[in-house]
Design a protein. Sequence first.
Length: 95
Amino acid sequence: MSDPLSFAEARLLVLEMSVAALIAQLPRPSLEEVAGMLTYVAGLSEEAEATVGGSGEAQLGHVRHWANEMLDRVMTSRKLSRPGNPDATNTDGNG
């Protein structure tokens, strides 16, 4: 069983999920730009881990982990918001 979330952790989780839902509603070109940036950050931190040691390596591991987590949240939100057509590019704000 995992530890209960602290107040700050719960607030941050709600914020992250909200941001992911908003990103998921972006038109496809903008969504691809954000996804590319998150992928770049995750990859860059993985490469940098190889050159640093100790706590720096652990911090970079956290960066990679959270960039991947956000990317997963965005993609999940995108799929949930477009159940009939996950590749739809609806930009009128009507789902």
